[in-house]
Write a protein that binds this ligand. Structure first.
Ligand code: NAD
Ligand code: UFG
Length: 336
C-alpha cells in the first residue's frame, strides 16, 4: 500500500517523498507541475536509490485522479498540492479558490470512492489571521486576511465538517509556520518562480548574486530589533512531523490539529546575520517601509505536537541556513 503525495514535485512535497522513501514507505506522486519541475522527482529518486512513481495529473481532473487510485493501492494521502502566493491570491481569487478548494473537494470525493479515508493536510499559520499575541496555540481564534488564507481556512472547515458527518475519516490538519531549509545533500530545495516573495529564498538569491539586495520590510515593529519575527522551521523537521501525524492517525479515527513550528522566533535582521555566516559573505540589505498585511510577530507554541506526536523540530537556524546555502550555491538557477 502506498502513500499518495499530491504536489510531490514541489518544495515541501519533494522533501516529504524523500523522507517517506527513507522511512521505508511506498509512495505515488501526482503533480501538475504548475509550480515545480519534474527534475525534483528524478533527484529524489536518485537520493533515495528507488524509483518514484509519478503521474503528471491535476487534482481537479477527476478521471485522471480516479485512474491513479484505480491502478495503485493507496492507504493514505498527504495533500500538498495548492497555490500559495498571498499577493497573487489577492489579484486572482477565483483561480485560488478553484485550484485549492475545488481541487481538494475532487480529491476527497475520489478518496471516498476508493475507500481511502486517511489524509494529512498542509494548512498554514495564516489561518490565525493577525494573532492577538504570541506564542500561538492551536486554540487561537481563526480568521483569514486574504484569498489564499481563506482557501486554507475553508478547507479546514470543510474537513472538520466531513469528520463530523463521517467519523471514520482520519484527518490531520498541520499548520506550518515558516518552512525553510533543504535536504542536506543540496540536490533538492526551494525554487520559487520569478522574484521570491518569502524572506529566506530572497536572501539566498542575494547571497548567490541573482538579486542585488534585500529590502527589510519594516524596522519599527515592537520587536527586539524593530524587524518582523517569524518561526522558521527546517523542512526536514516539518516533513518528519507529517510522518508522525500519519502514525498517530493510524491509532485513532477523527480529526487532529497541530502547529508545526519550532516554538521560537527570529527577526529579519537575525536571519540576515545567520545566512551571512552560512554563506561566508555579508547579505546586502536596506531598511524599507512595512509590507502591508504583515504581523509584527508570528511564532508557535508547538507543545501539542511534542506531547501527542512525540515530535519536535531539532534542526537549528545555522543548520537551516547552511542547507539552504548548499542548495542555492550548487543550483544558482534552481532546477532550470
Ligand atoms: P510548492 O508550490 O513548491 O508545491 C506545491 C505543488 O503543488 C507544486 O509542485 C505544484 O505544481 C502543485 N500543484 C498546485 N496545484 C496543483 C493541482 N491543481 N494539481 C496538481 N498539482 C498541483 O509549495 P510548497 O511550499 O511545497 O507548499 C506545499 C503546501 O504547503 C501548499 O499547500 C502550501 O499552501 C502549504 N504551505 C506552504 C508554506 C510555505 O511557506 N512554503 C507555508 C504554509 C503552508
Ligand atoms: N521580509 C522582508 N523582505 C522580503 C521578504 C520578507 O523583510 O523581501 C520579511 C517580512 O516582512 C516578514 C518576514 O520577512 O517579517 C517573513 O516574511 P515571509 O514572506 O518569508 O513569510 P510570512 O511570515 O510573511 O508568510 C509566510 C507565507 C504565508 C504563510 C505564513 C505562515 O508566505 O503564506 O508564512 O505559514 F501563511
Amino acid at each position: 500500500m502506498a502513500i499518495l503525495i499530491t504536489g510531490g514535485a514541489g518544495y515541501i512535497g519533494s522533501h516529504a517523498v524523500l523522507e517517506l522513501l527513507r522511512g521505508g514507505f511506498d509512495v505515488v506522486v501526482v503533480d501538475n507541475l504548475s509550480n515545480s519541475h519534474e527534475a525534483a522527482i528524478h533527484r529524489v529518486a536518485e537520493l533515495a536509490g528507488k524509483p518514484v512513481p509519478f503521474h503528471k495529473v491535476d487534482i481537479r481532473d477527476r478521471d485522471a485522479l480516479d485512474r491513479v487510485f484505480g491502478t495503485t493501492p493507496i492507504e493514505a494521502v498527504m495533500h500538498f498540492a495548492g497555490l500559495k502566493a498571498v499577493g497573487e491570491s489577492v489579484g486572482q481569487p477565483l483561480r485560488y479558490y478553484d485550484n485549492n478548494i475545488f481541487g481538494t473537494i475532487v480529491l476527497l470525493e475520489v478518496m471516498k470512492k476508493h475507500g481511502v479515508r486517511t489524509l494529512v493536510f498542509s494548512s498554514s499559520a495564516t489561518v490565525y489571521g493577525d494573532p492577538a499575541s504570541v506564542p500561538i496555540t492551536e486554540d487561537f481564534p481563526l480568521s483569514a486576511v486574504n484569498p489564499y488564507g481563506r482557501s486554507k481556512l475553508f478547507i479546514e472547515d470543510m474537513l472538520r465538517d466531513l469528520c463530523r458527518a463521517e467519523p471514520e475519516w482520519q484527518i490531520a490538519l498541520l499548520r506550518y509556520f515558516n518552512p525553510s531549509g533543504a535536504d542536506p545533500s543540496g540536490r533538492i530545495g526551494e525554487d520559487p518562480n520569478g522574484i521570491p516573495n518569502n524572506l529566506v529564498p530572497y536572501i539566498a538569491q542575494v547571497a548567490v548574486g541573482r538579486l542585488p539586495e534585500l529590502a527589510v520590510y519594516g524596522s519599527d515593529y515592537p520587536t527586539r530589533d524593530g524587524t518582523g519575527v517569524r518561526d522558521y522551521i527546517h523542512v526536514v523537521d516539518l516533513v518528519l512531523g507529517h510522518i508522525k501525524a500519519l502514525e498517530k492517525l493510524a491509532t485513532r479515527p477523527g480529526l487532529v490539529t497541530y502547529n508545526l513550528g519550532t516554538g521560537r522566533g527570529y527577526s529579519v535582521l537575525e536571519m540576515v546575520e545567520a545566512f551571512g555566516r552560512a554563506a561566508g559573505r555579508p547579505i546586502k540589505h536596506r531598511l524599507a517601509p512595512r509590507r502591508p498585511g504583515d504581523a509584527a510577530e508570528c511564532w508557535s507554541d508547538a507543545s501539542r505536537a511534542e506531547r501527542e506526536l512525540g515530535w519536535r523540530a531539532t534542526r537549528g537556524l545555522d543548520e537551516m541556513c547552511r542547507d539552504v546555502w548548499r542548495w542555492q550555491s550548487n543550483n544558482p538557477k534552481g532546477y532550470a
